[in-house]
Each structure stands twice: as C-alpha cells, then as structure tokens.
Design a protein around this ligand. Structure first.
Ligand SMILES: Nc1ncnc2c1ncn2[C@@H]1O[C@H](COP(=O)(O)OP(=O)(O)OP(=O)(O)O)[C@@H](O)[C@H]1O
Length: 453
C-alpha cells in the first residue's frame, strides 16, 4: 500500500467518522508500513493509540481493504518523534530560540505544573471525550481556532489535569511560546500585590506578553470587582492579539453567580465543554491505568480478579476519591504483605465505601420536599404556578443542584421536562431568598439534614 492509497482512504474516512473525529483521531496518524497483512501507524501517545484502536481500527481496516490493500489488522504504536517530544524528556534550554522580551520567562508568575498530569496519563472515555479532544487541539499550538477554550465540570473530574497536560505538551512542542498557567486565585493575588506596590503597569505588561494564558477555577473571581475588571481587560487584550486562552471552572459561564455579564458573554464566545461525571467504563479505565503504575512501585503485589470492577462500580463520586482508595489499598496490602482480595478491599476501604453508598436521587429530594411542605409529589413535576406549590418546587430544584451531581438540563427533565433556564432561575431565587427569609433558611437546613442523614 502506498501513501497515495492511504490518502484516498482518509477521504473516505472523513465521510464515515465525521469531520471532527477525523481531524482529532485520524489525521494525526502516520502510516509507517504494511507487512504480512498488518498496517502499522505511528500515533502521538499510547492513549491515542488505544483510543483509535478501540474506536476506529475497524473503519480503517475496512476502508483499506476496500481500496485494495491486503490488510487484516491495523496496529498503532508511539512514533519515535512523538516519544522524543514527550514532557518526560524536556528539551534543553538552549533549544529555545533566542528572543528579546520585555518580560523574561523567569518572571512569569505561573503555578508549578504537576509532572503526572500529562495527556499520556489521562484516560479518555465518553464523559470527557470532547474536553480531551479540544484540549489536545489547543496543545498542538497551531492557529487559534476557538478562543477561549472553557472547560467546566464537577469536583475532581480532570479539569486541572487537562490544563496541565496542555501546558506540558505546549512546552515540548512549541518551546517558543510563552505559556502561563495559574489559578484565578493567584491571578487575583498578583493583581492585588501590583496595586499595593503601584506596579499595575508591570502587571499588565506581564500578562499581555504571554502567548497562551490558562486560568484555573475562574469562578473564584466572581464578585471580586476590580479583579474581574482586570481579568476582563487582560482577556480582551490577549484575544485581540489572537493569543490562546484556556479557562476552567466548576460550572458553565452562564451559571457563575456574581460574574459580570460582559465577562460571561466573552467566556461563552469560544468553545465551552463540559466534563461529565464519570461512567463505569471510564472509572475502570482509570483504575486499570493506576494499577499498572502501582504494580511497578509495589512489585510482587497481587490483585485478585473483580476488585477493580467492584471499586469502579461502588465509588462513583469523583476520580480523586477513586485514586485515594487505590493508593490506600496498595499501601495497606504491601504493609501487611497480602494479596488484594475483595475481602481485604472491603475491610480497608469501609469508610469510603460507606460514604459512596448514599447516592441521593432527585426523586428522593422531590418526595422529601413535598412531604415537608405538604404538597402532592405530582405537583413537583406538574405545571401549577401557585406560590404555595412553585416555591417548594424551587426548593427541590435548589437541593437537587446542591446535593446531586446532575446537570441543570438533567434536573429539568426530572421536573416534568422543564428547561434548564427555569431550573437556574429556581436555584437563584432560593439562593436569594435564603439570605433574607430565615424560615426558608431553616427549612433548607432541616431538609438537607434529613436527606443526607
Ligand atoms: N480521565 C482521567 N484520567 C486519569 N486521571 C484522572 C482523570 N480525571 C481525573 N483524574 C485524576 O483525578 C484527580 C483529580 O483531577 P483534577 O485535579 O484535574 O480535578 P479538577 O476537575 O481540577 O477538580 P477540582 O474541581 O477539585 O479542581 C487527579 O489526580 C487527576 O489526575
């Protein structure tokens, strides 16, 4: 098979898998040879290879066969060039092109990057697929296609991991770019310091001199007026210069309370992607990856079949908890020198398993709230707008948002197919009333206790 055949096959694949998937997953493949019915491709990372193998290998094989190539199997391996450009092998400083800059690289006030948070160690599944693909695109350091990239999702779902991965990848692919990663809190701290020391101009110059700005947990600046103002100007200046911005937050721009409207609307201008709560397959994938790592640390430790499946099934809160559970399990098993069995797992992780057990459903919340306010459960999802019914309904919406990991559209569906904006309005209304209406505040406290008890 020639590269020309592969060229034709790629055309066909665009139609089969869609443009977006094609650009993300197929375009980066480099055909490295065909021998004995096996077509080999170079991929940038192991995970990229795994993903393509799982999702696109069949398409590729079929299309190659249709184009007349005698292919029975396709294989993916990390190419030499890609392997060398991994973050693990940082380039010597001398490789950076010499440039004169108003602000030296060392002066950039970035937060340190966690060396473990790379694309290689990020497990991709349905819930984070789009966020991962978008992050990868930004990490290529090519022309800016969407600005900003806004990543959001609940606690411990991998936002920081993805941001660090972008920074690592950019550092090795494009050492000429000035990449600045920091939390919104650090941004504020720097700004306040600059104000105090009358060095606001330096601050501005510094932040406007970067090529890629990444700000983590942006919800933090909501309600902090002058920091918001400064952030807005920095943001605009960088966008005007066509510099890439990546932002993360715990919720969508429109849902961040006390964030100025003009900032919200600017944040929504680029690509807004949601990291969904993990599903069973993703949790299992993450566990398997971590176990491979632990095996190299704790040699000789045996883990019985079914343990990982059990954990992926039972610990659904977030990835941080899942990781913590595994760390504890390996440490414990190596201390006592025993095989990791289901029994040992249940013993060692009893507390974590217990707290993960209680998964509150929206229906439970609706039932409790209806009981408390003495209304019918059916009124929770019905259309009545009477205050005596609408208010309890909003209370239930508020508690559903607070106490479950469900998104606004999901909550809306369970409240008789209401729109997510209605839910948002309900949640806000209760947040507002809570500060002035002490009876409502008491009700909420009681309901929370009952539900979480
Ligand atoms: N898909 C994944 N693959 C591998 N590890 C993951 C994945 N998602 C999350 N993790 C791990 O889970 C932990 C928490 O992730 P991270 O700190 O990125 O979460 P976050 O979304 O930024 O949370 P927070 O809202 O608390 O800031 C990290 O150790 C991270 O490596």
């Amino acid at each position: 098979m020639t590269n020309e055949t592969w060229g034709q096959v790629r055309e066909e694949l665009i139609k089969r898998v869609g443009k977006n998937n094609y650009v993300t997953w197929i375009e980066p493949l480099k055909l490295s040879g065909l021998k004995n019915g096996v077509a080999r491709f170079e991929v940038p990372t192991i995970f990229f290879g795994d993903w393509v193998q799982r999702n696109y290998a069949d398409h590729i094989r079929t299309q190659l066969a249709n184009a007349g190539a005698a292919v029975e199997r396709v294989e993916f391996s990390v190419g030499q060039a890609a392997a060398e450009s991994r973050p693990a092998a940082p380039k010597p400083a001398a490789a950076k092109p010499a440039r004169t800059r108003a602000v030296a690289d060392e002066e950039l006030p970035g937060a340190p990057l966690d060396p473990r948070f790379t694309f290689d160690s990020f497990v991709v599944g349905k819930p984070n697929e789009l966020a991962h693909a978008a992050a990868r695109r930004v990490a290529e350091g090519g022309p800016v296609t969407f600005n900003p990239l806004f990543l959001y999702g609940g606690v411990g779902l991998g936002k920081t991991h993805l941001m660090h991965a972008i920074a690592h990848e950019l550092q090795s692919r494009r050492p000429d770019l000035r990449v600045l990663y920091l939390s919104a809190e650090q941004f504020m701290y720097r700004f306040v310091q600059a104000l105090r020391e009358r060095q606001v101009m330096d601050f501005k110059e510094l932040f406007r001199s970067v090529d890629v700005l990444m700000v983590d947990d942006v919800q933090f600046i909501a309600g902090k007026d002058s920091t918001q103002e400064e952030f807005f100007h920095t943001f605009n200046a960088l966008v005007d210069q066509n510099k890439q911005i990546v932002i993360s937050a715990d919720r969508a721009p429109g849902e961040i309370k006390d964030l100025e409207e003009r900032i919200k609307s600017r944040l929504q201008c680029g690509l807004v992607v949601d990291l969904h709560p993990t599903d069973y397959e993703l949790r299992l994938g993450i566990l398997q990856q971590k176990v491979d790592f632990y095996r190299s640390q704790y040699r000789g430790l045996v883990i019985a079949g079914g343990v990982l499946e059990f954990l992926a099934h039972r610990i659904t809160t977030n990835v941080r908890v899942l990781e913590g559970a595994l760390t504890r399990l390996f440490a414990f098993a190596s201390l006592v020198g025993r095989e990791i069995t289901l029994d040992l797992t249940q013993d060692c992780l009893a507390d974590i398993l217990r707290s993960s057990d209680r998964k509150l459903s929206i229906e439970e919340i609706q039932r409790k709230v209806a009981e408390h306010y003495n209304i019918r459960l059916s009124d929770m999802i019905g259309p009545k707008r009477l205050r005596t019914i609408a208010r309890p309904r909003q209370v239930a919406m508020y508690l559903a948002k607070q106490l479950t990991p469900r998104s606004l559209p999901e909550i809306g569906r369970r409240f008789g197919g209401r729109d997510h904006t209605t839910i948002m309005h309900g949640v806000r209304k209760i947040e507002e009333l809570m500060t002035t209406d002490s009876q409502l505040a008491d009700d909420l406290q009681l309901l929370r206790r009952l539900l979480q008890g």
